[in-house]
Each structure stands twice: as structure tokens, then as C-alpha cells.
Design a protein around this ligand. Structure first.
Ligand SMILES: [Zn+2]
Length: 469
């Protein structure tokens, strides 16, 4: 059966980055964009080029590097913004200029201080200019859900005539209700000339916890693009969560018979990569990607799960890429297992980097027996941030690790808990091995996390499986 395809427009790097504490540097944005590419999103909104030089550079670098998805750059409805966005998108294989202008009376009156007529003209002009540069133009009437519907229809009709190919309907302030939002989308489809030529898009904020429900209501009424973010990050209460929108349509195909290009097994890795970059943890009970999303603690649930997982499980952890926590990483784990776990945590490495991570991993595993995801993430960060180094593992970055017997803080990105039952999966405690690493009196750190064994000596005995495949 032919199911309509929903375009997944990820705005983690633009709207998401606007959330408090979630700003990212260019390198981090590039890393995340590569993960979004693996995830299979259709559009990556890479930034707002006129907002800062960093944003401009991020859009430029992502355009040059990530070639499959459409790369969008945001612009206010004025020539300078549109030109700057276009300049940043020059190297993109599939560029999109995304123009926005507020249309609600409250925004026109108090923010922009322009009349409806001026608004209409400005939107038309900006889209016309964008279209003269780029074939793919999206327009967003900001605060659309609080805009008088007949005026909204007028604006949408004008921008379609001026060349817009996607019309996005933002619930900028997170005010709308599912039924109401669906009605707005339906009204546009019924009243706007030329609407059948363009893609209608949703962009919902979560101030009332309804961003995903509103997005789905939009889809049911004819929207064919959903704007969303990993972990639902974004201004204030955030945007519609990408993983929730995608899995709702996948698990409930009977009610939402639509397809997306998202590889759902990459959802967990994407969530982890973002949490790690921003250092903003995922709330434990977050749907799909929270560490408790697949944990069953109540006895009656565990009993049911053991008899048949379907009793309490509507989707498998594997389907969203939650790693099998029964697979414990220890010193006998090979490079392949390590590479796989790194991938599940959102990191793919070239051989040289993986060699370095593996080298450090083995030394760590020898000390603490079971390497938790949180440890692995620390280790990856050191290698990624410090660059690939050889033989200096005993100094520098390791200083921040506590003595081996100390409790580590709860991991930022906790280990997945699918079927897990013990504190091990929470990764909080690190066992000392054979009394080699008692806590140092007075809390002074050991020479390194591995109990002071000089790296070079260690390397000799481990060499065989360090470099094996
Ligand atoms: Zn937004």
C-alpha cells in the first residue's frame, strides 16, 4: 500500500540551539549534522546565518560536508538576511532558504509595528527575492496559530504566488490545541489558491505539552512536513520531539498511515550525541530515549515481560537503537564490540581515532572491569577534544577523573536499561580492582585514572588484542 511520505525537517541546530544551555560550536554542530544524516532526516536546518558569524560558518561547513539531506538556512523577511543565508548555503548540494515573518496582529502591532498590508507586501517581496536565488524556498508566518485565519490564508496565497515551495505553520508560542491546529491546516487546504502545489509543514512548540499531538493533528489534516528536534529541545518548553513523532507514526501505523525516511535504530544514538554535546541530560522518563523508557521495575511487569514482552512493550528497545545492556563492555571486548557501542552512542570513528580509543579503553577496562557508557563517553570526549595522541595517557586529560574507588556522578548519558536490573546499568559505582587503587587519603588524585601504571608498560602486555580486529 502506498503511504504518504512525511518530510522530517530537523531544526535541532537552529531552534533547538536557541534553548538555554544548548548552544553548540561549529565543530559540535557539524558532528551532530553528520549523525542527523545517518538518522535519515530529510532536511537539516543548520542555522540562522545572519545571527552570528558562528551560525554562518556552521551553515557553510555543514553545507559543504553533509550532502544527502536538504540544508536550510533561516532568514528574516528582508534582503540582507536572505542574501546572507544564500551566501552561507553556497556549497550545499540541496540548499533551502527559509524566510519568516510574523503575521499575528499582536506581533504586527507591538513587535514589527507594521500594518497587515505592509506585512503582506514584505512577505511577498522577501520570498520573491529568495526565489530569484534558490529554487527551494520555505516561508513561515510566525505566530500563525494566533493569526486571523482569513489573513493567514491571504499571506500564504501571496507567498505561494511569489514562489514558495513549502509553507510552514508555526505554533510559535505553543498555544494551539490539536483539533484547532488541524482545522487551521484544513482551512488552508480549502481556501488558498495554489496550495496543492506546495508542501504544508508543522512547527509546534511544547508549552502546553502538546507539540507532538499538534504535529500529528497537522499531518492528519494534510501537512506533509514536520519540523522537530532531537530530544524535543528548543525555545522555552521545546519543539515537537523528532523521536516521538516518528515512533508514533511507526507504532500506530493503523491510525497514522504515513512513512518517514528515518532509520529509527539511529534514534538513541542521535539522542545520546546531542545530550553529550550540550551536556543537557535527557529526562529519565522521556518517551523513546529516556533511560527509563524501556525499564520495567514493578514485579508484575517484570513477570509479564519474562513470559511475553508484548504484555507491556509496544515497541522493542532495539527498534530505536537502545543498546542491549546485557552486552557488558570489559577488557575482553574486541575492537568490533567497542566500535559498535561507540556507534550506538552516536560516534563513528576513523581507524586512527578508534585505535586511540581502543588503546585507552583497554587500559581503563583493566582497571575498572566493567566500562559503562558514561566512562566511554568521557574517554571519547578526551580523544575527540584533545585530538589523537599517543603515549600521553597518564597526564593531561586524565587529571579530571576521580580516584578509582570514588563514586562517579550519575552519568550524563546513562546506560540504556533495557532489561537491566542492577545498579550496574546506572553506572554510578566503579569497583576497585584487587586493592590496587584505594582512595588516596585527603582526596588527592592518583597519577592517573588507571592507578598510576605507566601507559607504556601497560601497552606491552596488551599489544596483541589492542591491535587485533
Ligand atoms: Zn520555533
Amino acid at each position: 500500500m502506498d503511504r504518504p511520505r512525511i518530510t522530517i525537517f530537523d531544526t535541532t541546530l537552529r531552534d533547538g540551539e536557541q534553548s538555554p544551555g544548548c548552544s553548540m560550536n561549529v565543530q559540535e554542530k557539524l558532528h551532530l549534522a553528520q549523525q542527523l544524516d545517518r538518522l535519515g532526516v530529510d532536511v537539516i536546518e543548520a542555522g540562522f546565518p545572519i545571527a552570528s558569524d558562528g551560525d554562518f560558518e556552521a551553515v557553510q561547513r555543514i553545507s559543504a560536508t553533509v550532502r544527502r539531506p536538504i540544508i536550510a538556512g533561516l532568514a528574516r523577511a528582508c534582503k540582507g538576511d536572505v542574501d546572507r543565508a544564500w551566501q552561507a548555503l553556497q556549497g550545499a548540494a540541496r540548499p533551502r532558504i527559509h524566510v519568516f515573518l510574523a503575521t499575528s496582529d499582536i506581533h504586527l502591532q507591538y513587535k514589527l509595528r507594521i500594518t497587515r498590508e505592509q506585512c503582506l507586501e514584505q512577505a511577498r517581496e522577501a520570498v520573491r527575492h529568495a526565489k530569484s536565488l534558490c529554487a527551494d524556498v520555505e516561508f513561515s508566518p510566525e505566530d500563525a496559530t494566533r493569526t486571523d485565519v482569513p489573513f493567514l490564508c491571504q499571506v500564504v496565497e501571496a507567498v505561494i504566488a511569489a514562489g514558495a515551495t513549502t509553507v510552514n505553520i508555526p505554533d510559535t508560542v505553543g498555544y494551539t490545541m490539536p483539533e484547532e491546529y488541524g482545522q487551521i491546516i484544513r482551512a488552508l487546504r480549502e481556501k488558498v489558491a495554489g496550495i496543492e502545489k506546495v508542501t504544508i509543514s508543522t512547527h509546534c512548540h511544547n508549552d502546553l505539552g502538546l507539540a507532538v499531538a499538534n504535529s500529528l493533528a497537522g499531518v492528519q489534516n494534510g501537512a506533509r512536513q514536520v519540523e522537530c528536534t532531537i530530544n524535543g529541545i528548543g525555545e522555552r518548553a521545546g519543539n515537537a520531539s523528532l523521536e516521538e513523532v516518528v515512533m508514533a507514526m511507526r507504532v500506530r501505523r493503523d491510525r497514522y498511515p504515513y512513512e518517514t525516511g528515518v532509520a529509527s535504530e539511529q534514534l538513541y544514538a542521535s539522542s545520546q550525541a546531542l545530550a553529550e554535546i550540550t551536556r543537557v541530560p535527557v529526562q529519565p522518563n522521556k518517551a523513546i530515549t529516556g533511560r527509563n523508557a524501556f525499564a520495567h521495575e514493578a514485579g508484575i511487569h517484570q513477570d509479564g515481560m519474562l513470559k511475553n514482552a508484548l504484555t507491556y512493550e509496544i515497541m522493542t528497545p532495539q527498534s530505536v537503537g537502545v543498546p542491549d545492556s546485557r552486552l557488558v563492555l570489559g577488557k575482553h571486548s574486541g575492537r568490533h564490540a567497542l566500535a559498535l557501542r561507540c556507534e550506538q552512542l552516536g560516534h563513528q570513528f576513523e581507524r586512527r581515532e578508534l585505535d586511540e580509543i581502543y588503546r585507552r579503553f583497554v587500559v581503563l577496562a583493566d582497571r575498572i572491569k566493567k566500562v559503562q557508557d558514561s566512562h566511554l563517553l568521557e574517554l571519547i570526549q578526551d580523544v575527540v577534544r584533545g585530538g589523537v595522541s599517543t603515549g600521553e595517557a597518564a597526564t593531561g586529560p586524565w587529571k579530571k577523573f576521580p580516584p578509582a574507588t570514588a563514586s562517579l556522578p550519575l552519568p550524563r548519558a546513562a546506560t540504556a536499561t533495557a532489561g537491566a536490573n542492577s545498579s550496574e546499568s546506572r553506572g554510578a559505582q566503579v569497583a576497585a580492582s584487587d586493592g590496587q587503587a584505594e582512595a588516596r587519603p585527603g582526596g588527592s588524585p592518583p597519577t592517573n585514572w588507571f592507578g598510576g601504571a605507566p601507559f607504556a608498560e601497560h601497552h606491552g602486555e596488551q599489544e596483541d588484542y589492542l591491535w587485533g580486529v
